[in-house]
Design a protein around this ligand. Structure first.
Ligand code: DX5
Ligand code: ZN
Length: 220
């Protein structure tokens, strides 16, 4: 079963003490840890790769939680093996990042991992029409990918409604970008069940309290 609720994104954590920061949100009750991989091509920044995923995966699994790897990279099919071996439980590929997105999804499934597909703000929901039945999760970006701390795109709420109408109960709907205690509720009403939050948790004075506030707003 796929854990629902708030998924802290470690992109906004203190990387000098990453293990502690992951433990903090696991102890608060997080059951999904979101891990943003950027390659400097699909999006301008470069973040982290399989070695860092491998370093934090054991503590995530020990807590009964899952490692949610969001690949913002060109040709993600070249990296699926490495992240699956590093301990990723869910691997999310951007529909815009490869002409072979269906193949990448099958690779993820062949590794016994859970596949997801991601659409950017400029990508219509119809882009996942042929993929809904082969993924477990559809992630709707609610900011343009590449950076934490951007404001939530309000047009996302109507888009989520269109996505929910397309997806129905065939896959979970995940939202990522600008999610906080104010935006989580409207996303939940529109059909989202997994809520990625980075800066709203890790830049808060009290990340544990922020995790609980966003969870409550999302209905969890
Ligand atoms: C952005 C990443 C997000 C990021 C969200 O490209 O995909 O996961 O961490 O950060 P916030 O929650 O600060 O918008
Ligand atoms: Zn992300």
């Amino acid at each position: 079963t796929i854990p629902r609720g708030v998924a802290p994104s470690i992109l906004s954590a203190d990387f000098a003490r990453l293990g502690e920061q992951v433990d903090l949100v696991l102890d608060a009750g997080a059951r999904t840890i979101h891990f943003d991989v950027m390659d400097g091509h699909f999006v301008p920044p470069i973040t982290v790769g399989p070695e860092v995923a491998k370093a934090i995966a054991p503590r995530i699994h020990a807590a009964g939680a899952i490692l949610d790897v969001h690949l913002m990279v060109e040709r993600p099919e070249r990296h699926v093996d490495a992240f699956a071996e590093a301990g990723a439980d869910r691997i999310l590929v951007q529909v815009e990042s490869t002409p072979n997105v269906h193949y990448a999804i099958r690779q993820i499934r062949d590794h016994g991992r859970s596949p997801g597909v991601v659409i950017n703000p400029g990508t219509p929901v119809d882009a996942v029409a042929e993929l809904v039945d082969v993924v477990d999760v559809v992630l709707c970006m609610t900011v343009n990918p590449g950076w934490g701390g951007q404001p939530f795109l309000e047009s996302s709420i109507a888009k989520l409604g269109r996505l929910k109408a397309l997806v129905g109960d065939r896959a979970e709907i995940e939202v990522d970008g600008g999610v906080d205690a104010g935006t989580a509720g409207p996303c939940a009403e529109a059909g989202a069940t997994i809520f990625v939050a980075g800066s709203a948790i890790f830049h808060a004075d009290d990340p544990v309290a922020a995790f609980h506030q966003i969870s409550t707003a999302a209905g969890y």
